[in-house]
Design a protein around this ligand. Structure first.
Ligand code: ATP
Ligand code: MG
Length: 293
């Protein structure tokens, strides 16, 4: 989820860009299903450039009054240009749909690879955390807080480079999703308690993801939302004995999962942390798929 600083101009995302239509694309296989539509593999006919088209039903958007929010979020994502942030190349609409033209992430969701391998090696986990930290530092510089970082929203390109996707586009839908589907796991204590929060919520989420990459489950997972909520606000953190995880990794996680937002390790300090320095591949490429330890 994206939040922008106040005082941004009204959205006009397609300003100066060519107007696309569906006829400009050959549509391929479906890549996934979103809340309000589907994502397809596609090829732009003239350039033969491969993209992903996210097709969103206008009717659904109107039902939830998210139209304006969508345009605003497209504008934010269009302004971001970073190797670890999924690019949005443009958008267009027809009578029934909004269509977003997105960078194609050939290896799909990191979530799927994580579920397949159960947990990641320290090298892969550190490489993903480094990529995420760099992307978040870039976003924060631009006053963008994602606020909805979780494995489902992290995609991989052909080489295994991590891309933050799904800039949400709606606080409303996020709130709804959390109350309905119980994805509290990635939220900082101040968010689950509905208190004021800032960019440090993303630092907390990095700690959650680092834990999940290494152990295969998020640290405060329980069978019920109420109990997860309690564990988050208590920061009820423990490290299982298996899989075996290095003391340096645990040190980084403990310094991110800190209740006092001001005391969480800064993004700069994450980049310098011994576990990252020792394990992460600075190129951001996780080759050879996601392996088990
Ligand atoms: P939102 O939260 O914005 O409603 P969503 O989570 O419902 O979005 P997305 O995450 O954008 O929908 O897309 C649904 C699925 O489609 C993803 O989980 C992923 O598997 C696939 N997908 C989306 N974008 C791409 C892409 N650019 N390249 C490859 N696969 C993609
Ligand atoms: Mg998603």
């Amino acid at each position: 989820m994206v939040k922008v600083s106040e005082g941004k101009p009204e959205p006009n995302p397609n300003k100066g860009l060519p107007t696309w239509t569906l006829q400009d694309f050959e549509i391929g296989k479906p890549l996934g299903k979103g809340k309000f539509g589907k994502v397809y593999l596609a090829r732009e006919k003239k350039s033969k450039y491969i993209v992903a088209l996210k097709v969103i039903f206008k009717q659904q958007l109107e039902k939830y009054r998210l139209h304006h929010q969508l345009l605003r979020e497209i504008e934010i994502q269009s302004s971001l240009n970073h190797p670890n942030v999924l690019r949005i190349f443009g958008w267009f609409h027809d009578k029934d749909h909004f269509i977003l033209i997105l960078e194609y992430a050939a290896r799909g969701e990191l979530y799927k690879e994580l579920r397949k391998s159960k947990h990641l090696s320290e090298k892969h986990a550190a490489t993903y955390i480094l990529s995420l930290t760099k992307a978040l530092a870039y976003c924060h510089e631009k006053h963008v807080i994602h606020r909805d970082i979780k494995p489902e929203n992290l995609l991989l390109d052909l080489e295994g480079r991590l891309k933050i996707a799904d800039f949400g586009w709606s606080v409303q839908s996020r709130t709804k999703r959390h109350t309905m589907c119980g994805t509290l796991d990635y939220l900082a204590p101040e968010m689950v308690e509905n208190k004021a929060h800032d960019y440090t919520v993303d630092n907390w989420t990095l700690g959650i993801l680092c834990y999940e990459f290494l152990y295969g489950v998020p640290p405060f997972e329980t069978e019920s939302q109420t109990n997860t909520f309690k564990r988050i606000i208590k920061v009820d953190l423990s490290f299982p004995s298996t899989p075996r995880v290095s003391a340096e990794a645990k040190d980084l996680i403990s310094k991110l999962l800190v209740k006092d937002a001001l005391k969480r390790l800064s993004l700069q300090k994450i980049l310098e942390h011994p576990w990252i320095v020792k394990n992460a591949d600075p190129s951001g490429v996780c080759s050879g798929g996601v392996s088990q330890i």
